[in-house]
Design a protein around this ligand. Structure first.
Ligand code: SER
Length: 317
């Protein structure tokens, strides 16, 4: 029986991935861990085992893996793009050292599978922006992007050199209502919903016509589990797969919300995050994921907007 450790379980992805995995593998077989022990969604706190963990502490990570006889790790810890620019050395340390701790442990203990998320941030200003291919120019100019590209090379290296079964996805901006993202450039696409409902006004830190790749969290979770459950022989990519779903700009998202909340107003005050967004793709070519493991998103923009508004209204009520 697989025993799965999620590192960074209280974050935006972890808080939805843990309950989804527990439904499939059983509550006791999915162990949550995070440096922060609160706030935590009730689902997460009561659903199964939890271990406090600073993943920079390799010995503590090893203890948890031994204690639960862990076979798979999803390593979700990262300092996101905007926050990374404020303290580049610290972001590099957290993003890279934590990955090495996980990869080394996987090699030593012969763990069966490792999931590590990359990002559209691994691309850069010289990358083709529309339908960005899987293999293309990658010259990221943010510390987050540099760490993601380096991480991609390292996870692939561990597969080639030590047969550690690594799998990854270049996530677009992820849109969710359960746990908000923090410190990213695509965060506006979550914040805007909360502000539309709370104050009817949103000050957007990106320009109105900035198109970025985005995805509703349910699709991201489905895709992640699908990739992890695909047979080894079908996967040609061990760094991280391109995944596409939505591509929209702040003004397009604003119009969709305004249709449902007519008094909603937006103003555009771009800050340093505009430079980050301008260096990223607008849409992604994900044909390899579709062909190799059957990836297909289920949520379009209207469906996503309807769910976000109704769930956030319930949450704020
Ligand atoms: N959503 C992330 C960010 O904005 C990109 O992976 O930093």
């Amino acid at each position: 029986m697989d025993k799965i450790l999620i590192i960074g379980c209280a974050g935006q992805i972890g808080s939805e991935l843990v309950p989804a995995l527990r439904k499939i593998y059983g509550n006791d077989n999915v162990i949550g861990s995070d440096i922060k022990t609160s706030p935590m969604t009730e689902e997460l706190a009561k659903g199964g085992p939890f271990e406090p963990l600073d993943v920079l502490n390799a010995a503590r990570l090893g203890e948890i893996v031994t204690k639960y006889r862990v076979t798979q790790i999803y390593h979700l810890v990262a300092v996101l793009s905007a926050l990374s620019e404020k303290d580049p050395r610290r972001a590099w340390q957290i993003n890279m050292d934590s990955l090495f701790n996980v990869l080394e442990l996987a090699r030593e203990k012969k763990l069966s599978k490792i999931f590590w998320p990359s990002s559209i941030g691994a691309f850069g200003p010289t990358t083709p922006r529309i339908a960005t291919p899987q293999m293309t120019v990658m010259e990221p100019n943010t510390v987050y992007g540099i760490s993601k590209l380096a991480g991609e090379r390292w996870v692939e290296y561990y597969w080639n050199k030590y047969s550690v079964d690594t799998r990854g996805i270049r996530y677009p901006g992820l849109i969710s209502y359960k746990t908000e993202p923090g410190g990213g450039t695509t965060d506006y696409a979550v914040d805007i919903f909360f502000e539309a409902i709370k104050s009817g006004h949103y000050k957007c830190f990106l320009k109105e016509d900035t198109h970025l790749p985005m995805m509703f969290m349910d699709d991201a979770i489905t895709g992640t589990i699908q990739l992890m459950e695909t047979g080894n022989e079908k996967l040609s990519i061990r760094s991280a797969y391109n995944l596409n779903s939505l591509s929209f700009s702040p003004s397009e998202l604003y119009e969709k919300i305004k249709k449902r909340i007519p008094h909603f107003r937006i103003e555009y005050k771009p800050d340093f995050r505009q430079g980050i967004a301008d260096s990223w793709p607008a849409s992604i070519d994900d044909s390899i994921a579709r062909k190799e493991w059957g990836w297909k998103p289920a949520y379009d923009l209207d469906k996503m907007v309807d769910i976000m508004l109704s769930e956030i209204k319930k949450k704020l009520a």
